[in-house]
Design a protein around this ligand. Structure first.
Ligand code: SF4
Ligand code: SF4
Length: 133
C-alpha cells in the first residue's frame, strides 16, 4: 500500500467512522481478525488489511476489493478483537458506501442462464439484497 497525501481521503475516513460507529483508528494491527476469519482464502484483502486501508483513508482500494462482499458477517473477528472493534459492521458500512455509488457486486442481467436454472431462487434473492443497490 503506497500512502501519499494525495491518496488519503480524510472525508471518507470521517464518513466511515460516522456510518459504522466503530473506532477503527484504535486497531493495533494485531492480525487476530485475519487469522480467525473463515473467508480469508477468498478475499483480496484480509480484515486486518481492510482496517489498515481504512485508517489511511485508502478509499479507492476499499471500493474495489471483494472483501466486504465476501464477508459472511459471522462475527468471529469481532468476538476475538482485543480492541472490541465490530469488523462486520465496518464491512457493512463499506458495502453501503459502494452501493451508494451505484456499483453492484453482482449484476443480475449478467448471471449465466444455466446458473439461473439450477441455483435455488432463495440464493438469488439473498444475493441481490446484499450485492445490489
Ligand atoms: S483483531 Fe482488532 S485490533 Fe487486531 S487487527 Fe483486527 S481489528 Fe485490528
Ligand atoms: S465477520 Fe466477516 S471479516 Fe469477520 S471473521 Fe466473519 S467473515 Fe471474516
Amino acid at each position: 500500500m503506497l500512502v501519499t497525501e494525495r491518496t488519503i481521503d480524510r472525508e471518507f475516513v470521517e464518513r466511515m467512522l460516522e456510518v459504522s460507529g466503530q473506532p477503527f483508528k484504535q486497531c493495533m494491527q494485531c492480525g487476530t481478525c485475519s487469522v480467525v476469519c473463515p473467508m480469508q482464502e477468498s478475499t483480496q484483502l484480509t480484515p486486518r488489511q481492510v482496517m489498515h486501508h481504512l485508517q489511511w483513508g485508502q478509499k479507492e482500494a476499499l471500493m474495489n476489493t471483494n472483501t466486504p462482499w465476501i464477508c459472511a458477517s459471522c462475527h468471529t473477528c469481532e468476538v476475538r478483537c482485543p480492541r472490541g472493534i465490530d469488523v462486520p459492521k465496518l464491512m457493512e458500512a463499506l458495502r453501503l458506501q459502494i452501493l451508494r455509488e451505484n456499483k453492484n457486486f453482482v449484476e443480475p442481467f449478467q448471471i449465466d442462464k444455466e446458473q439461473l436454472k439450477e441455483a435455488p431462487q432463495l440464493a438469488f434473492v439473498s444475493s441481490f439484497r446484499k450485492h445490489t443497490s
